[in-house]
Design a protein around this ligand. Structure first.
Ligand SMILES: Cc1ncc(C[n+]2csc(CCOP(=O)(O)OP(=O)(O)O)c2C)c(N)n1
Ligand SMILES: [Mg+2]
Length: 561
């Protein structure tokens, strides 16, 4: 009896967990069920450890795709998407996609396997200075050094990714730490508080000061940063608008004032006398607040989670920064709403005028149509798609690429779950983002609209979508050209100096069919509804390949009043 007890005690005392077990159990504790990944030597211990958990590994076809999919997960849920890649080349492939997540302020954790610590500096297998490599495209980037503390490190990565201005965080995991056995009693497990930082609020007096400035302005406008381009963010902005009559919008496009989503934004912003930046960095998208885009007399209010971004804006606009305060955007917005309740809302006429800049579209768009046989005008594609995007309240719409996607952004409604490739201006993310979106949204349609050049970046992900039953509908505008760049050539060097931007009118629909998905080829506008219906009804990952005229992005101007 005593002997049996002793044996059990000894067993208990020597019970161990691998570093890899600690990592997956920590992710499980944080509520994660899905990891976007691509395998490799350094991380096979994590694959093995996941068997004992509820974690599902979605194996993609390129590491950047795993990161883009995790990015979409983060944008849709507000919880960090988790991407897991191998060290060295796997990590290097993943890095490119971090830039999109960083610029779009999307919470994400990239876990990269890494040369074992005993081989560091000795020409180890796939040795690479991974943390340094990821640092410029991450909120934080480091390598773990202690197997017993891996749970704390993962929790810290999640905390940094979700606090303040959200963004991607990188953690390198040396393979010897993942394989190391740690006595269970020696594991430093994270507490709940380790996973999340307390939000930074806006004091009542500060909210009152902002509202007083808004009340004193004739033509104020609130511009929010990309991390508010999700359902909670859009709803916060709508509530701010309702409570204060301050018009609101989101600036999330590298096209800045010319983002077709925002209609005649350039004309609106030029007239503003006060701009409230809510978690929006003052950067190139706002033309650095310079004339003639923005009135030199226009003043600014800035509420931002990041003191460095606030300081930068101060240097940029000097005394025109009428008020600046470090605060997280959601609590800051809530403070504005609650303090506005005591004030008399005013300026209804300006609110309506500003809104009409966002929503009005040129009258000529009603009749725009293709003039080329067997090719559609981009507007005809999105006219047909619009009712399908509007049908379900949870629809996910992803716009990606050059000129074609700008038409999408100008014509399709900004549904609560619309995502674009974003401020980084990096094309190609939408197909893997659609995978990530389908992980989150199991029922409503998921649409990706993209150009033909853009389609090529990650078309192998259709195989992932088929294999893992993660269906979505991609609408690709095939104009056989990298048209956005072609248009730059024509603008900057002349029509006779366009070179190297040709593509073929490839049968991307057949590529998708070959990978086990559903393909549609569309050459006439009246074929669109049937193609969309069949793509949705197929229940498969689908590609509607639309032959389109090669036309520039729309420029939205208001009709003279
Ligand atoms: C990763 C990346 N590479 C290159 C570019 C430059 N770029 C922007 S739009 C574009 C052309 C896109 O072509 P396509 O997807 O066919 O769309 P189109 O403009 O023809 O509608 C290119 C090459 C970029 N923004 N991001
Ligand atoms: Mg094209």
């Amino acid at each position: 009896m005593t002997q049996t007890l002793r044996a059990a005690e000894t067993l208990h005392a020597t019970e161990t967990l691998r570093g890899a077990d600690i990592v997956v159990r920590t992710l499980e504790r944080a509520g994660h069920t899905t990891i976007m990944t691509l395998s490799g030597n350094h991380i096979m211990s994590i694959f093995d450890a996941a068997i004992e958990t509820t974690l599902d590994l979605v194996h993609t076809r390129h590491e950047a795709a795993a990161v883009h999919a995790a990015d979409a997960f983060g944008r849709l849920t507000g919880r960090p998407g988790i991407a897991l890649v191998t060290g060295g080349p796997g990590h290097a492939n993943a890095i490119a996609a971090l830039m999109t997540a960083l610029a779009q302020e999307s919470p994400l954790v990239l876990l990269s396997g890494h040369t074992e610590t005993t081989q560091l500096g000795r020409g180890g297998f796939q040795e690479l200075r991974q943390a340094e490599m990821a640092a410029p495209v991450a909120k934080a980037s480091w390598m773990a050094t202690d197997a017993a503390r891996l749970g704390l490190e993962v929790a810290k990565a999640i905390r940094i990714a979700t606090s303040g201005r959200p963004g991607p965080v990188h953690l390198s995991l040396p393979s010897d730490l993942l394989d190391a056995r740690v006595a269970t009693g020696a594991v430093a497990w994270p507490d709940e508080a380790d996973f999340a930082a307390p939000p930074v609020g806006l004091a009542d007096a500060a909210a009152d000061a902002v509202l007083a400035l808004v009340a004193g302005a004739a033509r104020p406008l609130l511009i929010a940063g990309p991390h508010l381009a999700n359902r909670p963010g859009r709803s916060l902005l709508a509530r701010i608008e309702a409570a204060t009559n301050l018009p609101t919008c989101i600036m999330e496009s590298p096209r800045g004032f010319a983002d077709a989503t925002l209609g005649a934004f350039a004309e609106l912003v030029a007239r503003c006398d006060l701009i409230v930046l809510l978690g929006k960095a003052l950067d190139f998208t706002l033309k650095f607040a310079a004339a003639p885009g923005i009135d030199p007399a226009c003043r600014f209010v800035m509420l931002d989670p990041d003191g460095a971004i606030l300081d930068r804006a101060g240097r940029e606009v000097g005394p025109r920064l009428a008020f600046g305060c470090v605060a997280d955007t959601h609590p800051a917005g809530e403070a504005l709403i609650s303090r506005a309740a005591a004030r008399q809302p005013s300026n209804t006429a300006w609110l309506q005028e500003a809104r009409s800049h966002f929503t009005d579209r040129p009258a000529t768009w009603k009749t725009l149509a293709s003039r080329t046989p067997d090719k559609l005008h981009a507007i005809e594609v999105f006219r047909a798609l619009k009712p399908y995007v509007e049908q379900h309240p949870d629809t996910v719409l992803i716009c990606d690429g050059g000129e074609f996607a700008q038409w999408a952004q100008g014509v399709l409604p900004v549904v609560p779950r619309r995502m674009i490739n974003g401020v980084a201006g990096s094309i190609g993310s939408s197909l893997p983002m659609a995978l990530g979106a389908r992980v989150v949204e199991r029922a409503a349609p998921v649409f990706a609209v993209l150009g033909d050049g853009t389609f090529g970046f990650h078309m192998a992900e259709f195989e992932t979508a088929v294999r893992r039953n993660l269906p979505f509908v991609a609408v690709v505008g095939t104009d056989a050209r990298w048209n956005a760049e072609y248009n730059l050539q024509v603008r900057d060097y002349g029509a006779n100096r366009a070179v190297g931007c040709e593509l073929t009118a490839a049968r991307y629909d057949l590529v998708v069919t070959a990978l086990g998905g559903h393909g549609e080829l569309v050459r006439r506008a009246d074929e669109m509804p049937g193609a969309i219906e069949r793509a949705l009804a197929s229940g498969k990952a689908a590609c509607i390949n639309v032959m389109i005229e090669s036309i520039p992005a729309p420029i939205v101007r208001r009709a003279p009043q």
